[in-house]
Design a protein around this ligand. Structure first.
Ligand code: ADP
Ligand code: MG
Ligand code: MG
Length: 876
């Protein structure tokens, strides 16, 4: 049987999301529920993949099925596509498996041409409406299909509005619009070198192709990378009979959520516009009305709308984001999907739905996007600083949070400033999907136009970035890079502050403070803890970080990087002295001065942990990281060591390495200078024994040797550790237990994991170095070329942020398996950046690791992700 590439809405359902995309499968589901849906059909995601496989061509078979489905749609609608008197018009809409709002393109009113528009005007008795529809179609087709700049058309429209002395598109008459169309077509002819296509079949196939193509537009690629959406999924195309919200004052279009997407509060939440079509609501051209206003304007539609909205939420058991259109008093639904929401809203909605008996705690746990918990840990304004702040304006509180920083007016400038480490506030007339990277770089976003569901608002909420939108009082000059508000002229680089929760805009740089988390969060996380099997530890080097991580639920420290303890002003001269000393005696002397500091740190850490475990990693970085560069530091060191500044400088120069990342670092330091390992062992053991005796905690020190590639190398260092540890135990009269393990971060260690497990009682996967060494590119330099790799679709995501399961993951899997074969009770963990990335946490769960370790703020993310992984693996 030939493959089926096209499904009528009534042939699909919500479970066919992978094939029909989110939009298509939900349109099918709503059709089956008997809701008022303009009918149509979906060209599958497989057809999109096929299009790319065929070298960007639509196969004849696919084309044939499209026109076959179109024939059936004609029969259902009682209208013919391409008819001159009463044409069937359609929209062509993209729809991938995962929702990618605004990333790909939609074309409305397709099927009109110079002749059909006349028939359409006569048939509807509404010439103004007919010409308005045609001019919109020309505009969208030229933009989406032919990739002509929108500015040509917007310019013409503005000119004609000005010439006619009107403010809004809706004030243009049929005759005005005919003039608009004439000029649009002339521009099209001029720029494209051909007439605007008049054959509806050609229009349709070109539009379908354009949607397939849009899957690979640059902003869609960036969006996929940010949201972990694989590039090979493809998008479906929905072809749907048009309904018209632009037929007059009993028509309109809108978007609404069944609950408030910012706060999770119950109650319908949305906006609509009378006499408008499609994107008018979100484009921010006219300011939309709150949805409750519809109750006055069109009470019957409102009642029906409320009933269907409730039905959809019950059916999907989740907050819905819906799009609808009213055509001359008749309501149609055009889309529903689970609505994007802020993290606090997600938690509240999940908890409320559990309380309403609509979902189980397990489902509630699965509903929360683990990454989004980041938002809860985001700053608010310091209350006192805020009181003193000067409010210069206010607008819509589009995405909560507080942000203060320097103003930039383009996405590129914002991105560049963000990369320099500046706190950036992006100020735009309105944002569009092209701005995505600048928005990502910004701490806060301020727009002049656009409502609560504008692009800026939706995208900012998704990213958890503070956003204030629709500040019409602003006079902005994007070219000259300044704006005026509340009596201030604010130029590029000046400071402002935004409160995304109140919509207030402040002059200057207002201090922000960290967020605190509340009841819904605790409920979800405590449910998560019941489901997960993976333990969650933290990477922490100071008592302050440890306290913070423990508060966020860390069950221990998976990585304490001891080198970070040496950078304080009174310590660094001592380690420098050690590094630059020529004899073992001199080094030991310098190290002995460090013991009290190191021991004090470990004691404070053990106390903060109150008996929870801690893995201490021995000195790891290349030594030159400690070497002085400032003349006064060199001078001080020279004096201390009884040398001249030149002699010190020469010793420093000798430490230079061509490739320090692969140089004299990690356990190689302990192999060349065993006294370093001796000093560290004494500090750990004395600290552990003292805290154990003083506080009664059951402490078992875990000593971790970094950068091991060979069993004998590990054994060499371990022998030193054991010798000193036993000696300290004897001195202190203690019978404390301790374990010695290693990092697996060199491919050779993974390959020989069975041998290494003979000496190691635990493995901790150091996936930062393991990734670096497996890919063969440095994590400090990869940023320079990875962008080119994303663009060329060689890599889809940053392997340092998201574990490369296909390559690096194989090494992890192999090492875990071989290690456990050699030592069944081998403890396994991960301590790279990946420990806080949800997809990597899921991988660690599958590999049977005992724990993940991540930075303190990511501990809640890892707890939730670990629960989700456990629930998923039970479902499989
Ligand atoms: P997006 O995925 O960017 O939201 P959509 O495919 O949902 O794009 O289309 C955008 C808007 O176009 C919809 O919200 C709706 O208002 C309008 N639209 C799409 N199809 C139709 C149709 N068949 N009839 C009327 N309006 C439509
Ligand atoms: Mg939509
Ligand atoms: Mg490392």
């Amino acid at each position: 049987m030939a493959a089926k590439w096209v499904y009528l809405f009534k042939e699909g359902n919500a479970d066919m999301r992978n094939l029909l995309g989110g939009k298509g499968s939900n349109l099918a589901e709503m059709t089956n529920l008997g809701l008022p849906i303009p009918q149509g059909f979906t060209v599958t995601t497989e057809a999109c993949t096929d299009y790319y496989n065929q070298g960007k061509k639509i196969a004849e078979e696919v084309k044939g099925q499209i026109f076959e489905a179109l024939g059936k749609l004609e029969a259902m609608q009682g209208k013919k596509f391409g008819d001159n008197d009463d044409p069937l018009l359609v929209s062509v809409r993209s729809g991938a498996r995962a929702s990618m709002p605004g990333m790909m393109d939609t074309i409305l009113n397709l099927g009109l041409n110079d002749i059909a528009v006349e028939g359409f005007a006569k048939k509807t008795g509404n010439p103004r409406f007919a010409y308005d529809s045609y001019r919109r179609f020309i505009q969208m087709f030229s933009d989406v299909v032919m990739e002509m700049s929108k500015t040509f058309f917007e310019g013409i429209l503005d000119e004609i509005k000005e010439a006619k002395g009107v403010r809004f598109d809706t004030d243009l008459t049929a005759e005005d619009l005919k003039e608009v169309i004439g000029r649009f077509k002339a521009v099209y002819r001029e720029k494209m070198g051909e007439e605007f296509p008049q054959d509806p079949k050609v229009q349709l196939m070109e539009a379908v192709k354009a949607v397939f193509r849009s899957w690979d537009n640059p902003r869609a690629i960036v969006y996929r990378r940010m949201n972990d959406i694989p590039g090979d999924w493809g998008t479906a195309v929905n072809v749907q009979a048009m309904v018209f919200g632009n037929m007059g004052d009993t028509s309109g279009t809108g978007v609404a959520f069944t609950r408030n997407p910012s706060t999770g509060e119950e109650g319908i939440y949305g906006e609509y516009l009378i006499n408008a079509q499609g994107e008018d609501v979100v484009a921010g051209i006219r300011t939309p009305q709150p949805i409750t206003k519809m109750k006055e304007d069109l009470p019957e539609c409102y009642a029906q709308f409320m009933e269907i909205a409730a039905k959809l939420e019950d059916h999907y058991r989740d907050m819905q984001d819906m799009e609808f259109t009213i055509q001359e008093g008749r309501l149609f639904f055009l889309q529903t999907r689970s609505g994007k929401r802020t993290a606090p809203a997600a938690l509240k909605i999940a908890c409320d739905l559990v309380d309403e008996g609509k979902i189980t705690p397990e489902t509630a746990v699965l509903r929360i996007d683990a990454k989004s918990l980041d938002q809860l840990l985001h700053p608010t304004f310091d209350a006192d600083a805020l009181k003193a702040g000067e409010v210069i304006g206010s607008a819509l509180p589009a995405s909560p949070g507080a942000a203060a920083g320097k103003v930039y007016f383009t996405a590129d400038d914002a991105k560049a400033a963000g990369e320099k480490g500046e706190r950036v506030i992006l100020v735009r007339l309105e944002t569009s999907p092209e701005d995505i990277e600048g928005m990502q770089a910004a701490k806060g976003i301020l727009t002049v136009r656009g409502g609560m569901t504008s692009h800026a608002a939706v995208v900012a909420r998704g990213m958890g970035t503070c956003c204030v939108s629709g500040c019409g009082e602003i006079k902005i000059d994007e070219e000259a890079k300044y704006f005026e508000l509340g009596g201030h002229k604010i130029a590029e680089g000046d400071h402002i502050s935004l409160d995304g929760s109140t919509g207030k805009i402040y002059y200057g740089d207002i201090r922000t403070k960290e967020a605190s988390i509340g009841g819904d969060f605790d409920r979800i996380i405590s449910w998560a803890d019941k489901f997960r099997t993976l333990k969650v530890r933290t990477n922490a080097d100071t008592p302050a970080d440890t306290h913070n991580a423990v508060k966020l639920g860390a069950e221990g420290i998976g990585l304490c990087r001891t080198e970070h303890m040496f950078f304080e002003p009174e310590r660094i001269p001592k380690i420098r002295k050690m590094i630059l000393s020529d004899s073992q005696e001199a080094r030991e002397e310098a190290l002995n001065e460090l013991v009290p500091y190191q021991k004090g740190d470990f004691k404070a850490m053990y106390e903060a942990l109150e008996g929870k475990p801690m893995t201490v990693r021995y000195l790891d970085p290349p030594l030159h990281e400690f070497v002085p560069t400032a003349p006064e530091d060199i001078g001080a060191l020279a004096q201390d060591m009884g040398l001249t500044a030149q002699e010190v400088q020469r010793k420093c120069d000798e430490l230079h390495e061509f490739n320090p990342m692969m140089g004299h670092r990690g356990c190689r330091l302990a192999v060349t200078y065993p006294e370093i390992a001796r000093m560290q062992t004494r500090a750990v053991m004395e600290a552990a024994i003292e805290v154990k005796d003083e506080k009664g905690y059951d402490i078992v020190p875990e000593i971790m040797i970094p950068l091991v590639g060979e069993k004998k190398e590990l054994k060499f260092v371990k022998d030193i550790v054991v010798e000193v540890a036993e000696q300290v135990k004897k001195e202190k009269g203690s019978d404390i237990r301790y374990t010695v393990g290693t990092m697996i971060e060199i491919p050779r260690a993974a390959l020989t994991a069975d041998e290494i497990a003979g000496e190691a009682e635990f493995f901790s996967f150091g996936t930062n170095d393991l990734t670096q060494m497996t890919f063969g590119f440095s994590r400090d330099d990869a940023g320079k070329f990875l962008d080119a790799y994303y663009k060329a679709k060689i890599y889809e995501s940053d392997p340092f942020a998201r574990l490369d399961q296909n390559g690096v993951g194989q090494l992890v899997e192999m090492a875990a398996k071989r290690g456990r074969e050699a030592r069944p009770d081998l403890k396994l963990g991960i301590c790279g950046e990946h420990g806080g990335d949800p997809s990597s946490v899921e991988f660690c769960h599958k590999m049977g690791l005992d724990y993940v370790s991540c930075s303190p703020f990511r501990v809640p993310i890892a707890r939730l992700a670990a629960a989700q992984a456990a629930i998923h693996s039970r479902e499989d």
